[in-house]
Design a protein around this ligand. Structure first.
Ligand SMILES: *Cc1c(COP(=O)(O)O)cnc(C)c1O
Length: 397
């Protein structure tokens, strides 16, 4: 019999009831260290007072109006995001997938309005993730997501991960843009080398292509800068955001330069909920915390510490861990011979919550507010688990 919730997820055997800061508590009162933060969403940890207060205050005033009216808190949030980054304009959405959709439409409309109607194609990279809409799964091009849902929209050319020569070779007179995650999340915490990001910028400039960075997972401070592409010292034409931008409130954004957004005039795009007063109140509260001096320095420092401790873990347990990779507080350890799902289920039973990702990687996206004690706690749980697996057998094998 089908379950009341459409059974598209193989859910872990745990349900949480409440949470605070770095910890979640399940329905039996057991405590868990959260190193996933709901896929990097809870960037300020759980129930951060600034966010809770912003949401409660706004809930007493006004929840939702419509984008046919002005929304001053949205204008303020857009301006703050613009002041902090490459962008000149922002479209607010409810999710990452909708931010991607806006970006794709923006690229097509840009070339259309420049008189290049046929330039609708975008180059993307293998093992990417761009959301679950038809365009999103077409853009990622992964068979496991597309199978059974064909036909998906045309217009995406997938090249091997990080291969600049393949990007160049894929450009045709129909190509309008390039879209990549500066650090792949679902694909297994794979950072694109900074010189590759710079190479993409050059290729885009030489061929009049718009460069879209999907920063839905790696953006909003996750790598220690507001946007991950900033590490390469380059600008984007378009950036998609979601996840951390609402700190747990469902929202997303598509940010763009004035030039890239030039086709998106009145009537070309819209959303009912996107940018509503509740979301904007929380979004502003997220920035209140994130743009405080030393917030990003803390992320960088904790990221370096986490990376070093995970390398130590790899040395102690090289029988399991073949690689440590990531950027800032987006970290993965690769366990080529351990099935990641049962491994993560085992770690969860020990009161620690990372998550599986592609390429046999256990992924960590802890709240950005963590301190050294949480890193120590995480690494000691890994130590304990790996020692146990070496003695008693690997979960799921
Ligand atoms: C999560 C994610 C998306 C999709 O976001 P949703 O909010 O689930 O629609 C797209 N791209 C990347 C890189 C993501 O991590």
């Amino acid at each position: 019999m089908i379950t009341p919730l459409l059974p598209t997820y193989a859910r872990m055997p745990v349900a949480f009831e409440r949470a605070e800061g770095m910890y979640m508590y399940d329905t039996n009162g057991k405590k868990y260290l959260d190193f996933y933060s709901g896929i990097g969403v809870m960037c300020l940890g759980h129930c951060h007072p600034t966010l809770v207060n912003a949401l409660k205050d706004q809930a007493d005033k006004l929840w939702h109006t419509s984008n046919i009216y002005q929304i001053p808190e949205g204008e303020r949030l857009a301006q703050r995001l613009i002041d902090a980054s490459f962008a000149d304009t922002v479209f607010f959405t409810n999710s990452g997938a909708e931010s991607i959709e806006c970006a794709i439409k923006m690229v097509r409309k840009y070339h259309h309005d420049k008189g290049n109607k046929g330039r609708y194609r975008m180059i993307t990279m293998a093992s990417a993730f761009h959301g679950r809409t038809l365009a999103g799964i077409a853009a990622a091009g992964q068979e496991k997501m597309i199978a059974g849902f064909e036909p998906v929209p045309d217009g995406f050319d997938v090249v091997p991960f990080g291969d600049l020569e393949a990007v160049k070779a894929a450009i045709t007179p129909e190509t309008g843009g390039i879209m990549v995650e500066p650090v792949q999340g679902e694909g297994g915490i794979r950072p694109l080398p900074l010189e590759t990001l710079r190479g993409l910028r050059e290729i885009a400039d030489e061929n009049n292509l718009l460069l879209v960075f999907d920063e839905i997972q790696c953006g909003m401070g996750r790598t220690g800068k507001l946007w991950a592409h900033e590490w390469a010292g380059i600008n984007a034409d378009i950036v998609t955001a979601a996840k951390g931008i609402g700190g747990g409130f469902p929202m997303g954004a598509c940010l763009a330069t004035e030039e890239a957004a030039s086709g998106m005039v009145v009537g070309t795009h819209g959303t009912t909920y996107g940018g509503n007063p509740l979301a904007m109140a929380v979004g502003n509260a997220v920035l209140d915390e994130m743009l405080k001096p030393e917030f990003f320095e803390h992320v960088v420092k904790m990221g370096e510490m986490l990376f070093a401790r995970l390398q130590g873990l790899q040395q102690r347990h090289s029988n399991f861990v073949s690689e440590v990779r990531g950027s800032g507080l987006m970290a993965g350890i690769r366990l080529p011979d351990v099935p990641t799902r049962p491994a993560v289920t085992d770690l969860i039973s020990r009161g620690f919550c990372p998550a599986p990702a592609g390429d046999s990687v256990i992924r960590m996206l802890p709240p950005l507010i963590l301190d050294e004690s949480h890193i120590d706690e995480a690494v000691s749980i890994f130590d304990e688990a790996f020692t146990d697996w070496a003695k008693n057998g690997v979960p799921g094998v």
